[in-house]
Design a binder for this molecule. Sequence first.
Ligand code: SF4
Ligand code: SF4
Ligand code: SF4
Ligand code: FES
Length: 983
Amino acid sequence: MNSIQILLNGKPVECIVGERLIDVIQRSNVELAAVCYHPQLGPVQTCDTCVVECQGELIRACSTVVQADMDLSTNSDRAATARRDAFDQLLTSHQLYCTVCDNNNGNCVMHNTTKLLQIEGQTRPFEPKPYEVDESNPFYRYDPDQCLLCGRCVEACQNIEVNETLSINWEDPNPRVLWDGGVPIGQSSCVSCGHCVTVCPCNALMEKSMLGHAGFLTGVSKKTLDGMIDIVKEIEPETGFRSILRISEAESAMRQSRIRRTKTVCTYCGVGCSFEVWTKDRHILKIEPEHGPVNGISTCIKGKFGWDFVNSKDRLTHPLIREGESFREATWDEAFTYIADNLRRIRKTHGADAIGVISSSKCSNEESFLMQKLARAIIGTNNVDNCSRYCQAPATAGLFRTVGYGGDSGSVTDIAQADLVIIIGSNTTESHPVIATRIKRAHKLHGQKLIVADLRSHEMARRADLFIRPRPGTDLIWLSAITRYILDHDLAADSFLEQWVNNLDEFRESLEPFSLEFAEEKTGIPIQTLTKIAQMVAQSPRVAICWAMGVTQHSMGSDTSTAISNLLLVTGNYMRAGTGAYPLRGHNNVQGASDMGSMPNMLPGYQPVEDIEVRERFESAWGTTLPTTKGLDNHEMIHAILDGRLRAMYLCGEEMSLVDADANLVQKAFSQLDFMIVQDVFFSHTCQFANIVLPASPSLEKDGTFTNTERRIQRFYQVFEPLGESRPDWRIVQGIANELGAMWTYQHPSEIMAEAASLTPLLSGVSFERLEGYQSQQWPVAEDGSDQSILYENGFAFTDSKARLHPVSWNEPVDQPNDEYDLHLNNGNLLEHFHEGNLTYLVPGIREKTPDVFVEVSPELASKRGITNGTRVELTSRYGQVSVRALVTDRVQGNQLFMPMNSSDSPVNMLIGANTDPVTHTPAYKESSVRMRVLHEEDSPLPNHNFRFGRPTPQDGVEVHRKWSQSNASNPVTLYQIQSKIS
Ligand code: SF4
Ligand code: SF4
Ligand code: SF4
Ligand code: FES
């Protein structure tokens, strides 16, 4: 790293070339105002409160980078006067009524700057704006009168979230922040990600959950509040700001005693956003992201606003034991005895392998570790699995075959750095929203190229440089065809292949069927386009490929994942920053559930159950013998129930009766079980089949760790006490184990992680101490705690350190359309709901925006069948039937339909068959054919205030040059001739 020296207030300071002055100044503990600057946004340059003097010129510290021999003064009179004047200008747009403001929590930039600059009063009067407060979004509100027009929110929306909803009408005599150019927030394209609210330096944008709750004096009517503000403003000229600020600071300090700020990790998707939860008693005031290693200031609607379920009145609060057709409340002692008696009975009569255990990808690593330990060491079976079988197992299999580890080969920052990103079968904007923001930003600002292969024209597809729509189930073909083209045309990374990759000759031969002509015929993608893709891949220095359920949930999910990895190997796109394979994990801890051994064939850390040396290590630590052969996976468990081999199930936190394919068959199987334990936060659909239901605590009510899609392990901390009699899952598992004779004495999840680390080379240096606060570790973690952000930097995870090209072949997808079932049915996530919606339907704001499930119908099919938005249709497959309302949209084309997963009333899985990927038994959810019958007209399933109907206004950030080009002689920038206006 090159460094240079500058003088700061007469003292020499070492700086890194390219650093911004503001960062140097703040790092040197010199206080400097900077209202519009946020390090994660970069210089916005609207406020001029950061002005400093450099060799006689006034310059903005936020937008100027260091140059050798700069002589910088923050305390020259000229600079100080310019800063105070600039701030005075800002006060024309913002009323300081801190004592009665819900944003007065020690981090209000306006409050703190008033204090820093020792402002005693203002020379320019406050000027209210001629606009109403906008309350039309369910989660946040905008108060134009408090808005400084600093533009942070616009920058965040345009260039971090890249939803491109916000702008400022600088040319208007009364500029303000606009949504979609000037519609109410609630009718705009705003996706409620919360970026703008998070970065707002004052109370202009605020979470509604804060309003009236944060302050001691703020929970009063608007009329009273206005009266209080008037009183403050009346005495202010006499007292000056300083004494008023003192009162507000005393009030702010008092708030610290009752507002708790606790770090957590998001409970929804596998991105792994982390943030503080601000709470007052059990009320969630807000989610405040800033320091998360993955997300920084970023969140999506679910992480920022999707937490109402925690305090839902529908939470399970007592163990429930079935009595006939209903359930009665029971004590924990009674529950544990009842469970142990029944498990013992079944084990005695039918053997340990008559019991199956399903661990949850929503639970912590420590809980998953205990679930598999319970199954293996206490019950005595390897029948343990988790829901990665439903989505991610094929990606893991493809990577195990080729590169040796079943995880993302780099980090989200690598995806952002890539020159070319290819997204296959992933609606990244809706399923992994914060990862999508990084790609959208790199694409918009940094020249990253984007290729998308998908059935649907979703947002990433619309943004892509190249969007292809291969016929369903043919991704393997085009991937193999372009790999062959690259090899045939000497475009491969020869020296990389020579040094790092085995099996090239056999692999090359296996590609023989995949000519461009064959690929065109089967995929429908023209040869010209395929050639273009091959050339883009071969010519890009760094390529990252992201994929998800659109690839894995096929009958060839593992082979298609393998084809992706083969392509990356042939082009040398492993082992370096900005390259690699990124199977985007769905649930928050689906990676960790498998890492921790909730798999029928693997002990923690992917150590085979059949390896004697591995088994002996666990047996010696656990003081027992372990089952020696692979157990049943969750798909096999269903069939084992139906043929009488499996008699009991312990199912933790999985809505398996709805989310497994062929849901009718799964439900039939569950109704045949002798004994079923379901542990969950709510009385899920699956609870209906249980003999006993155990009330578990969600992540906010316990400590633990989650592992995100980039193998990153992060701690979350307990925010609330468990509700009612509910308990953290690890305590429940320990209770059951001990009733069965184990003598576990875990007092805290850290002890469980310590045990897991001691038995698992992949995790040997993981500890709660090393994960304190926002610290994280990406496995593999060596004993000294060092981790790996990029996998394979020193070789692949095989004994000879070389990767293996793995030949694959293609078969016709199953469940193809025919005359009777003439439409192809696709399915997937929505941004605002998570999977079946058990948590997100309990968030009123989300329900208001997206109240129901629907089926997307293409305009051409809709016109043929006489369907409009809201037409109720009946979909019938070879396996089941649902009725649902139609949404006509060009996101889908021709005879392809799409149904979101978020419904327990009309779950799409009723329509999906039991076909699976033969390698992993992952259901072929994406291969389904249906016929559609038109029923009658109803209202549109999506209200017109859903963000999908908005019209974003993309622009180049806040476009501050438009502000400074307005003639306004009183602008500080004009008065003080500040240099380098826009850098
Ligand atoms: S999408 Fe909405 S919530 Fe997100 S930054 Fe833009 S305006 Fe704010
Ligand atoms: S609403 Fe936007 S422009 Fe207004 S103060 Fe907040 S961040 Fe700045
Ligand atoms: S759901 Fe995913 S993207 Fe959204 S905040 Fe949570 S972890 Fe981040
Ligand atoms: S911090 Fe606003 S212009 Fe520099």
